[in-house]
Design a protein around this ligand. Structure first.
Ligand SMILES: C[S@@+](CC[C@H](N)C(=O)[O-])C[C@H]1O[C@@H](n2cnc3c(N)ncnc32)[C@H](O)[C@@H]1O
Length: 262
């Protein structure tokens, strides 16, 4: 509709906007939908044991010795907390920040722990993006643990997270400035390996299952080990399991001045 002024001429000024009665409130940013994992949380452990001959848990337990000397670990997407419970039991000096998107998973993880173990965990019920908004979540962290978590992110999200963590840990608020100076930060990773052929088909089937049951959006694995190496993490002592479908990998962060030391 063309507006006209009092002389009947088309009005070229912008249409009059109604004044706001109240100052405009900022909408909270929309988060990813990951609550889908709530639905499968009661079945998750049984599924993980049934598939891949138990290699999903085995790949995580192989990483445990690397927590010797760790003081503060950030575990992202830790699920029902099997690895968390084993780690806290094995290393009484260890504290953990547990960043997990699913409430159902967190409930199950808490149920595994004793009072003393619970006191060593800070629960962060949120998606990984919380790190970008609250970088202090990484303060003092000397070990990152991501087991079968990076595969839920798109390859570009996983890459962005890996780059961001490295930059933060190398900065003035990284572990150099914290209680655990002297121990190069570790990244402990267990995940699926990208494949073609029958292994690739199996992985596609698994993604289809999580798309249906958990509403998972990502459908593609990336080579997370290569992403970590590109971001300046040095890989050591990696192992492959379940016909090379799964790997357990350990990394140390290289600092510019001591890339030969780590
Ligand atoms: C495939 S499960 C792996 C669970 C466990 N780490 C294991 O190895 O058995 C992925 C976990 O990541 C959580 N998750 C999914 N998206 C997430 C996100 N963006 N940030 C944090 N956690 C997320 C899910 O709720 C789920 O517990």
């Amino acid at each position: 509709m063309v507006r006209v002024d009092q002389q009947g001429q088309p009005n070229k000024t912008k249409p009059h906007k109604r004044p706001h009665k109240r100052p405009h409130k900022r909408r909270p940013k929309k988060r990813h939908k990951t609550g889908g994992f709530d639905l499968i949380s009661p079945l998750y452990d049984a599924l993980a044991k049934l598939t891949f001959g138990g290699a999903i848990l085995k790949a995580q337990t192989l990483l445990l010795p690397e927590l010797k000397g760790a003081r503060l670990a950030l575990m992202i997407g830790g699920g029902t907390g099997e690895m968390l419970a084993l780690a806290l039991r094995a290393y009484p000096q260890l504290n953990v920040r547990y960043l997990e998107a699913s409430e159902g998973m967190i409930k199950r993880a808490k149920a595994r722990l004793s009072q003393e173990e619970l006191a060593r965990v800070v629960w962060v019920h949120d998606v990984h993006l919380a790190l970008y908004e609250r970088p202090a979540l990484l303060d003092g962290v000397d070990t990152l643990i991501t087991c079968f978590f990076l595969d839920v992110l798109s390859p570009s999200e996983a890459r962005a997270l890996i780059l961001w963590v490295g930059t933060h840990l190398r900065g003035p608020r990284g572990p150099r400035a914290s209680i655990n100076a002297g121990r190069a930060p570790r990244w402990l990773l267990a995940d699926f390996q990208p494949h073609r052929g029958w292994r690739g088909a199996l992985i596609s089937l698994m993604y289809a299952f999580f798309q249906l049951t958990a509403g998972l959006r990502n459908q593609r694995l990336a080579d997370y080990r290569a992403l970590l190496r590109e971001a300046g993490w040095a890989e050591f002592n990696s192992e492959c399991l379940a016909q090379s479908l799964i790997y357990s990998a350990r990394f140390k962060l290289l600092f510019e001045e001591d890339s030969s030391e780590a």
